[in-house]
Write a protein that binds this ligand. Sequence first.
Ligand code: NDP
Length: 333
Amino acid sequence: TREIRLVSRPDGWPTPENFELAVVELPDPREGQVLVQNLFMSVDPYMRGRMNDVKAYNPPFELGKALEGRAIGRVVESRSPDLAAGDLVLHGYGWRERAILDASEARKVEEIPGVSLSAYLGVLGMPGLTAYVGLLDIAAFKEGEAVFVSGAAGAVGSLVGQLARLRGASRVVGSAGSDEKVAHLTGELGFDAAFNYRNGPVHEQLAKAAPDGIDVYFDNVGGEHLEAAIGALRRYGRVAMCGSISAYNATGPVPGPRNLSRAVGERLTLRGFIVTDHAARRPDMIAEVGEGLREGKITFEETVVDGLENAPTAFIDMLRGANVGKMIVRLAP
Ligand code: NDP
């Protein structure tokens, strides 16, 4: 089988040369293990952080070893009473076509009629839970409030906006990096307003899109967006600090928001979170997002790239914004 390894650490933007496609022979599964054929794997922004040799909330990827990440696969062979051949599982051994893992490391999932299994890597998976927890628990969004979300056409952001709309936001505003994405936000996704952050200063465009200000900012990008949002927040406003992708490829420290002192006078809350601390909310998320999907009130997009050999480019392209919705790599038909 084949796997993708990290062979050098990116300095700034990752390049295809940081990765290597290797052919490996897998041993037979031992007692308690399963052999899984991966069907889809995820490429996510957080993986960029793990490519640096820096201790963070998860450890750095090791050079010369296969990368890791979430994947959906089918059990081919099982030596565990908990899983049978044919079972579909979600697990952490992405970036490879086949994997041997302990049955306890896999979570069994069901096929949903009419929905691709890749949804477990996006809208019904980790990004879906991130949107749900960030908006409802971290930012404590309430009906009647105005919400701004950056990275709004991506996996997390597109669900944040739709959840806010369904839960009665007074206004939902999004930003994204192309005019096509902006049209998708105000079209299919039902945002009240959206803008392309490449078309002018974020604070100016935000002031036009949300003339009465905002109550909640869901921050996926940091940088100029965060500063603009702090400037637009109303009294007692909240920021869910989810990510800062605008800085993930920076080679040095990046400046913070110059208007942070506004947090004092306006009684603002800026609160960071990591989704893996909030697994207990998964059933609530699945119930609400699942119902929204069934009733057609929530939609989701995916950008699907075929073939393990193209996973590194899919990852780099995702960092550059080539994706609408979740970036997915399909490993087998
Ligand atoms: P996306 O599907 O949103 O893909 C990343 C997007 O980031 C790109 O499509 C691109 O869209 C946008 N982007 C890239 N560079 C910039 C930039 N300089 N300024 C603004 N936007 C940029 O990824 P996810 O939905 O998976 O993740 C979104 C954010 O959430 C990330 O910051 C990620 O790290 C974070 N996250 C945090 C978690 C947590 O536990 N705290 C869990 C999961 C995700 P565009 O064309 O609009 O530029």
